[in-house]
Design a protein around this ligand. Structure first.
Ligand code: FAD
Length: 519
């Protein structure tokens, strides 16, 4: 029987197979030659003490013990070309994993995506970065793979259902992700690796008889007697089906407006909003690892911080070590920030959303928009930021200490945000209560993370697409919309996920419930 062991080792030992075998041989009192293979089951960093340690859970196979490399395989898919059709709107993680699950269950997904495929999308990302041109259908939020395709690809979630999480991670591995994501406590994939995985998922859907249509924006949902009958595309084409998974993400404002106009029940939902802060990665490493230099065996350090200020949570969101700040607007006339990292996280800067939780009462000035009040609040800040920074994709920016002192920064150094920045007192961008919380919050952060509060850190505004400003309510058991039969609100846009993994899990759940309803 292989021996399971929990241990702590130095980063150097954890990074070197032969050193690890030597270390283990002493622990279990056998010679290193006796150890046939060591499987790493879990890996995490313990940076609580000055001497950083790596926690490992390993399985040790001695010579003579049966050991076989296991390869994670895809489920067995059947051809669904002639099966019952289900419309899936949106090819983000929710839509794509719903489509795969539908095929597994013998149903035919027709995936409709307003954006371009991952390759076509790249040109539009270049245009927003270099020419300040926002394509309303193809950008950092819209297009094949959804909002997470050109991201850091962090794959952790607060979901307590480990089985669901493992299933999605294993599917990603079967589609080409590194097996490390099954082992790391905080796995991530990276912008350079995700697009190929997404492409392979799309090819698999098509290979087994599903359809994936790009540049196909759904502009209407056909409903009769409170039952879904199909959709209409922007060209006026109709596609009929009485099961529809609506997985259009948190930025599909036209879909929220459509539902509202059609009197299909939606609700305003609180979300969080703030800025994206950028520090030198070296500084974050030195704070998190208590060292001058990270060395070659530790990854660029992430951070996670939360404080209560005036009764509200202010916290880091979607932190990207070794990453870049991206322009994530989905319409001209607005600016939005978020972040991405390559798989090695080897850029010189660390960025993170620093956001404050909002409450429904904050949307009161926009009450006339009813269920869209939160969305209009969000839009107004993005538009104000666009205006204040000069009506391009430049964003308003301020040095961190200057922000806490309401002082316009005399200059803003070059940051990773390619379209550029304009020095603006960020108090002008946000409502007073938010500015006040953030001013205090950054000072509190500086007390917990010594060195974090520095004028070398640059704040970019706004970080506003943290989660959906709208919920599309559904029955918790059947996952069908509360009013409309056959409509399955799904993923982040509907308010049931936050992140790649939880969106993918929700996609699978909706597919399962559709199959259940057809029994
Ligand atoms: P989305 O991914 O938003 O997908 C919705 C899809 O629907 C889009 O492709 C859109 O084009 C399409 N669509 C919208 N309207 C229509 C329409 N009318 N017709 C047809 N198609 C339509 N999460 C993480 O877990 N880890 C990260 O590291 C991470 N980094 C991120 C970095 C960036 C830059 C961004 C923008 C997001 C990041 N996120 C990250 C968040 C993550 O991407 C989302 O939580 C996740 O993608 C939500 O999945 P979804 O399928 O519900 O929606």
């Amino acid at each position: 029987m292989p021996k399971e062991l929990l241990l702590q080792v130095t980063p150097e030992i954890a990074a070197n197979e032969s050193l690890l075998k030597d270390h283990l041989s002493k622990q279990i009192k056998v010679s290193a030659q006796e150890i046939q293979h060591v499987s790493i089951l879990k890996r995490s960093i313990d940076a609580r003490q000055k001497a950083i340690k790596i926690n490992l859970k390993v399985l040790i196979y001695l010579k003579g013990e049966p050991f076989q490399e296991t390869k994670i395989e895809l489920p067995i898919y059947k051809d669904v070309s002639n099966a019952q059709e289900v419309i899936v709107v949106g090819a983000g993680p929710a839509g794509l994993f719903a489509a795969l699950q539908l095929i597994e269950l013998g149903l035919k997904p027709i995936v409709l995506e307003r954006g371009k495929d991952v390759r076509g999308r790249r040109r539009d990302l270049k245009a927003i970065n270099r020419e300040h041109i926002v394509n309303e259908d193809s950008n950092y939020c819209f297009g094949e793979g959804g909002a997470g395709t050109y991201s850091d690809g962090k794959l952790y979630t607060r979901s307590k259902k480990r089985g669901d999480v493992t299933r999605i991670l294993e599917l990603l591995v079967a589609f080409g992700a590194s097996e490390d994501i099954l082992v790391e406590a905080h796995p991530h994939i990276g912008t350079n690796k995700l697009p190929k995985i997404i492409e392979d998922i799309r090819n698999k859907i098509r290979e087994f008889g599903g359809q994936v249509l790009f540049e196909t924006r759904v502009s209407d949902i056909l409903v009769k007697n409170n039952e879904v009958e199909g959709i209409v595309t922007q060209n006026g084409d109709k596609i009929h089906a009485n099961k529809l998974i609506l997985a259009t993400g948190h930025s599909a404002r036209d879909i929220f407006e459509l539902l509202d106009k059609k009197k299909i029940l939606i609700e305003a939902k609180p979300f969080a909003l703030g800025v994206r802060a950028e520090h030198a990665q070296e500084l974050i490493d030195s704070i998190q690892y208590s060292c001058d230099f990270r060395g070659e065996h530790l990854p660029p350090a992430p951070y996670s911080i939360v404080k209560q200020v005036n009764g509200r949570g202010m916290y880091s969101f979607c932190m990207c070590p070794g990453g870049v700040i991206a322009p994530c607007a989905t319409s001209p006339g607005e600016v939005v920030t978020n972040g991405w990292s390559p798989s090695k996280r080897d850029q010189s800067t660390a960025n993170s959303g620093i956001v404050v939780e909002l409450k429904l009462e904050d949307f009161k000035p926009f009450a006339k928009f009813g269920a869209l009040a939160g969305m209009e609040f969000q839009k107004s800040i993005e538009q104000k930021a666009w205006h204040l920074a000069g009506e391009t994709q430049k964003v308003p920016a301020q040095r961190m200490i200057d922000f806490t002192k309401s002082k316009v920064s005399a200059d803003i150094p070059k940051t990773s945000y390619v379209p550029g920045t304009t020095s603006v007192e960020l108090g002008q961008v946000f409502p007073g209560f938010l500015t006040q919380i953030m001013r205090q919050g950054f000072q509190d952060f500086g007390k917990s993370m010594r060195g974090y509060l520095t004028n070398e850190a640059i704040l970019h505004a706004p970080e506003s697409r943290t989660s959906s400003p709208v919920r599309i309510p559904r029955d918790p058991m059947t996952l069908e919309h509360l009013q409309i039969k056959g409509l399955y609100p799904c993923g982040e846009g509907a308010g049931y996920a936050g992140g790649i993994i939880s969106a993918a899990i929700d996609g699978e759940k909706c597919a399962l419930m559709i199959a259940e309803s057809l029994k």
